[in-house]
Design a protein around this ligand. Structure first.
Ligand SMILES: Nc1ncnc2c1ncn2[C@@H]1O[C@H](COP(=O)(O)OP(=O)(O)OP(=O)(O)O)[C@@H](O)[C@H]1O
Ligand SMILES: [Mg+2]
Length: 266
């Protein structure tokens, strides 16, 4: 729910690493109207000319004048294969118009389940589908929760995260009951960490304790603050591709290994 903690950066780098270093078939879905994950791979001109009519906004049924569910938009039309030339990594891009999704679908029954239904219609099979969420729990991220097995929560270790994490955990518990879904926390990960600041070294153990009390895993690997990771995010190519040896990228590599160990035991 917190803005600017590295959600998009993490999903972009981890999706790329899963495809390039582990040979996984990966689909990244950008469900945030800010479209930051989209523009981490695609240039605006290209998106505007060739892609903007086939985005997650269409998948979720914004501007949907179709009369029945069987006429629903075909999700396969929104898949950009091997995005930015990265073999094994596909992207469904986002659109600013997603901002109005809650209003547009306010009277539609089952509106939290559209993405889940659509994902089942994908022609290609994927090992992992990663969804980049906005910093709120509106209808689009609710669709992500319904469609997902797991949640990964990036955290910048500070006082507000310490206060906010229990709120997020409780809110997800409530949504799990309301929406009757099984999504679980796979883990919390520390991002943009400056190890030599007392603030970060104080709050990492405190937040790990909150996780432990809630029986939520906190990943051992910590992602350091790294300027190259930040620079890559505005240049339509992930840091994994541009600066593979940078500390931030190496850490994301270790985090993905930890994640695979948790999920696949290898
Ligand atoms: N490890 C890092 N080192 C340095 N800068 C980083 C790191 N991770 C992310 N950033 C930068 O911090 C800013 C916020 O990151 P990002 O966009 O990934 O956060 P977010 O949680 O997705 O934000 P929002 O809530 O707005 O979607 C960006 O400018 C990004 O480049
Ligand atoms: Mg983001």
């Amino acid at each position: 729910m917190k803005g600017g903690v590295g959600k998009t950066t993490s999903v972009v780098e981890m999706a790329t690493i899963l495809a390039t270093d582990h040979n996984k078939r990966v689909l990244l879905i950008d469900i945030d109207p800010q479209t930051n994950a989209t523009f981490s791979f695609v240039r605006y001109d290209d998106w505007s000319e060739n892609i903007s009519n086939n985005t997650i906004a269409d998948v979720l049924g914004r501007n949907n004048n179709l009369s029945s569910r069987s006429d629903e938009y075909d999700i396969n039309n929104a898949v950009i294969e091997d995005v930015a030339g990265i073999s094994g990594l596909d992207l469904i891009s986002s659109h600013l118009s997603l901002t109005f999704l809650d209003l547009d679908l306010s009277s539609q029954a089952g509106r939290e389940k559209i993405l889940s239904r659509q994902i089942k219609k994908l022609n290609k099979e994927y090992d992992y589908v990663l969804i980049d969420c906005p910093p709120n729990l509106t209808l689009a991220p609710q669709n992500a929760l319904v469609a997902s097995n797991h949640i990964v929560t990036p955290i910048v270790p500070d006082f507000y995260s310490f206060l906010g994490l229990p709120l997020l955990i409780n809110r997800v518990k409530k949504l799990r009951e309301e929406l009757e879904i099984d999504v679980t926390f796979l883990g919390c990960m520390f991002t943009r960490v400056e190890r030599n600041t007392s603030l970060h070294s104080e709050f990492i153990p405190k937040i790990r304790e909150v996780c432990e009390n809630e029986r939520i895993h906190s990943f051992n690997t910590i992602i350091p603050k790294n300027i190259k990771v930040s620079e890559a995010s505005s240049s339509s190519s992930p840091a994994r591709i541009q600066y593979p040896n940078e500390s931030g990228v190496v850490s994301y590599g270790n985090l993905v290994k930890e994640l695979l160990l948790t999920l696949e035991g290898n």
